[in-house]
Design a protein. Structure first.
Length: 316
């Protein structure tokens, strides 16, 4: 009898211990969930406590920016789920698209208010804050730059499955429409006076170089109107070659943006610039034209810097 009572007590104690252990596990899960507020599953912006407002102070490249938060703290932000071409790549075509991604990001984000939302991990191995970046009107920039073809969907590391689906879909659409990195035909060719209406896009602009102006860290090649080419020092071609363009008709391919009332394209790689045909000279054949540059129309363009080889982007 005494043995039976002892066994009953032992069983009751064991059950209570299991119940207590389960209760502790449940409490731990509740605490963990509270420390990671629920993320939205529909791709919309999360509740206000999950986001921070900030001002973009600097654009490093297509997927990395610097943001000053509302509390005054400045952070380096790596955009979640995207990968743009590297700025230090030695291949000219890759470098061209790296700069186009940076100019796209600069045009849409620099000196603008943004909202940052986060995922399971807040920082990467380099100490950068991992975030989704929403522009003022609520557009998710991470998705937008993929959709326009200036970045890949980068799904190697874990993040929200709904966002992975959106980003893969955006890249698939960019490929289907031959945008940006996947473009298979020349960019549209326009006149300098029409460049303002094409801001925020890539095109080849034809103009007459009025002069070469040196100002601080930049050289400028203005047209007779409000369009100009700006070049960071050191320039991608010798400065003497740039000065030889004064008074001549040239074509520049790049991302069209605005700065202080002027319409600009950044000149970053030699193949962007073409000298329009001069009398008595033979033009470069269209077969030698890079697929991202201003391919000759009726054989009317000359390479400024002898760039006549065809290059393919790594990964195509």
């Amino acid at each position: 009898m005494e043995l039976g009572k002892l066994m009953s007590v032992t069983i009751i104690v064991s059950r209570r211990r299991r119940q207590l252990a389960l209760l502790l596990v449940a409490l731990s899960l509740i605490c963990l969930c509270q420390s990671y507020p629920q993320l939205p599953l529909n791709g919309q912006e999360p509740d206000s406590e999950l986001r921070e407002k900030g001002l973009v102070l600097r654009v490093f490249d297509g997927d990395t920016i610097e943001v000053q938060l509302a509390n005054g703290e400045t952070i380096k932000v790596r955009l979640i789920g995207i990968d743009s071409p590297e700025m230090d790549d030695k291949r000219e075509t890759v470098l061209f698209f790296a700069h186009m991604a940076k100019r796209f990001a600069f045009y849409h984000l620099f000196d603008k208010d943004v909202r940052l939302t986060y995922d399971w991990e807040r920082t990467d191995d380099y100490g950068r804050t991992l975030a989704y970046v929403y522009m003022g009107e609520g557009t998710l920039f991470n998705e937008s730059i993929i959709k326009e073809g200036f970045a890949h969907a980068f799904t190697k590391y874990p993040f929200r499955e709904d966002m992975k689906t959106r980003f893969r879909k955006a890249e698939k659409e960019a490929r289907r429409l031959n945008k940006g990195l996947w473009r298979k035909k020349p960019w549209p060719v326009i006149r300098a006076e029409d460049a303002r209406s094409r801001m925020g896009s890539v095109a080849t602009v034809e103009f007459v170089c009025r002069e070469v102006v040196e100002q601080g860290r930049y050289l400028y090649l203005p047209s007779d109107g409000d369009f100009e080419v700006f070049v960071s020092k050191p320039p991608p071609v010798p400065a003497a070659e740039l000065r030889s363009l004064v008074g001549r008709s040239i074509a520049i391919t790049g991302y069209i943006e605005g700065f202080k009332g002027r319409i600009q394209i950044a000149f970053v790689v030699p193949g962007q610039l073409r000298l329009l045909k001069l009398h008595g000279l033979t033009s470069v054949g269209s077969a030698h034209c890079r697929r991202w540059s201003a391919c000759p129309r009726s054989g009317d363009l000359l390479s400024l810097h002898g760039l006549t080889s065809v290059e393919s982007r790594g990964g195509d």
